[in-house]
Design a binder for this molecule. Structure first.
Ligand SMILES: Cc1cc2nc3c(=O)[nH]c(=O)nc-3n(C[C@H](O)[C@H](O)[C@H](O)COP(=O)(O)OP(=O)(O)OC[C@H]3O[C@@H](n4cnc5c(N)ncnc54)[C@H](O)[C@@H]3O)c2cc1C
Length: 323
C-alpha cells in the first residue's frame, strides 16, 4: 500500500463522514475549474482538524493543503494528487464579547461583516462583499480600500504540524498589503480573535451599503471568477493606475481564450464563460502580464495562487511566465 492509500484508510477509519474520495475541485472552486483531488477532508471541529493533521503528517511524501472557499485559487486541470483539507461551515462559531469577536476559521466573511454591523461594531466594513472564509482572508491579509483584516486581529489560534494548538499574538503578526506571516508557514489557522470599535449601528450599515453598492457596479457578478487576478503595485498605481486600468489601456479588456475571458466589465478579472481550463486562464495571465510590461515597464504579480497537481503552490504568474 502506498502512503496516500495509508492516509486514506486511516482518515476513513477515524472520520468517515468528513471524507470524500476523488472529489472534483471544479464543484467548489470559485472559478469552477480543476480536476479531481484524491482525498478531500472537511473537519467537523477544531479537534477533528488536529486529528487529520496528525494522520496526514505521518506521511511526508503526500502533498496536502488547506483551503477555505477557494475564492483565490486556480486548481490544475489535472487535479490534486494528495489531500485537501477544506475548512467551512462546520468551523464557523462566532462569539461576541464587548468589542472583541472570536471566530473559527470557517466563518463566512460576509456573515462576519453582517454580524459586526448587527452588534454595532466598526473597523471591518472594508471586508463587505468579499467572499471566502476568515482563515483564507487572514492568510491573504485580504480587505479593500487598501486595508487588510490583520489590522483588526488580536490573536490567531493555529494548528501546528504535530496537530497541536498554538496561539500567536498581534505584536508578532508582521504584515503588509496582502501579505501575512502565514504565507509560507505550514501551520493552519483554526480561529482568531478580532478587536473592533463600538460605533453607531446606522453609520456602520450606511458605510457597508456604500461599499457594497460600489463593488456591485464595478465587479462582474454573474460569471465564475476569482476576484482581482493581479495585485496592485503602488509605483505602477501612481504612474499608470491599478492593474485593471493598465490591462484595459493596453487593449486587452474582453480578450477571450477558449472558455476564459478578461472581463468586459473589469479588466483585472478573468471570467469562466462555461468551459474554461486552468491552462487558458494561465495563458491570459501571461498575455496581460507581458503586454503591460512591454508597454509600461511594470510587471504585475498575481494575487491568485496556482495549485499544481503535485501540490506545489505558487502565485499564478510564476507558472504563467513559464508557458
Ligand atoms: C468576486 C470576488 C471578489 C473578491 N474581492 C476581494 C477583495 O476585495 N479583497 C481581497 O482581499 N480579496 C478578494 N477576493 C479574494 C478572496 O475572496 C479572498 O482572498 C478570500 O478571503 C479568500 O478566502 P477563501 O476562504 O476563499 O481562501 P482560499 O482561496 O480557499 O485560500 C486562499 C489561501 O489561503 C490559504 N488558507 C485558506 N484557509 C486557510 C487556513 N484556515 N489556514 C491557513 N491557510 C489557509 C490557502 O491555502 C490559500 O493559499 C475576491 C474574490 C472573489 C471571487
Amino acid at each position: 500500500m502506498n502512503s496516500l492509500q495509508n492516509i486514506t484508510q486511516l482518515l476513513l477509519a477515524e472520520m468517515p463522514t468528513a471524507i470524500t474520495l476523488r472529489c472534483p475541485l471544479s464543484i467548489f472552486s470559485y472559478w469552477k475549474i480543476g480536476g479531481e483531488a484524491s482525498v478531500l477532508v472537511e473537519p467537523k471541529s477544531i479537534q477533528q482538524l488536529q486529528q487529520a493533521i496528525k494522520i496526514i503528517n505521518q506521511f511526508s511524501d503526500v502533498p496536502s493543503m488547506i483551503v477555505g472557499d477557494s475564492s483565490n485559487l486556480l486548481f490544475s486541470d489535472k487535479g490534486y494528487h494528495g489531500v485537501i483539507i477544506k475548512i467551512g461551515n462546520h468551523l464557523s462559531k462566532i462569539e461576541f464579547s464587548g468589542d472583541q469577536v472570536y471566530c473559527e476559521a470557517g466563518v463566512w466573511v460576509p456573515e462576519l461583516a453582517y454580524r459586526s454591523y448587527r452588534n454595532a461594531l466598526s473597523g471591518i466594513e472594508h471586508i463587505c462583499g468579499i467572499p471566502g472564509r476568515l482563515g483564507g482572508l487572514i492568510y491573504m491579509n485580504g480587505g479593500s480600500n487598501r486595508r487588510g483584516i490583520l489590522e483588526n486581529v488580536e490573536s490567531v489560534q493555529l494548528v501546528n504540524t504535530q496537530g497541536e494548538l498554538e496561539t500567536i499574538e498581534a505584536k508578532d503578526l508582521v504584515h503588509s498589503y496582502r501579505t501575512s506571516p502565514f504565507q509560507g508557514d505550514e501551520r493552519i489557522i483554526a480561529a482568531a480573535t478580532l478587536k473592533l470599535n463600538r460605533a453607531d449601528r446606522a453609520t456602520v450599515r450606511n458605510d457597508m451599503r456604500n461599499i457594497l453598492s460600489s463593488r456591485r457596479k464595478k465587479f462582474p457578478r454573474k460569471l465564475p471568477n476569482c476576484g482581482s487576478v493581479f495585485l496592485s503595485n503602488p509605483k505602477m498605481y501612481d504612474i499608470i493606475g491599478p492593474p485593471g486600468f493598465a490591462i484595459e489601456k493596453v487593449g486587452l479588456k474582453g480578450t477571450r481564450l477558449g472558455g476564459a475571458q478578461i472581463s468586459e466589465l473589469h479588466a483585472n478579472f478573468i471570467v469562466n464563460l462555461g468551459s474554461a481550463t486552468s491552462q487558458e486562464v494561465l495563458h491570459l495571465i501571461a498575455l496581460a502580464r507581458k503586454t503591460v510590461y512591454d508597454k509600461t515597464g511594470f510587471k504585475m504579480d498575481c494575487e491568485v495562487r496556482y495549485i499544481a497537481e503535485n501540490g506545489v503552490i505558487t502565485q499564478a504568474h510564476v507558472i504563467a511566465d513559464k508557458l
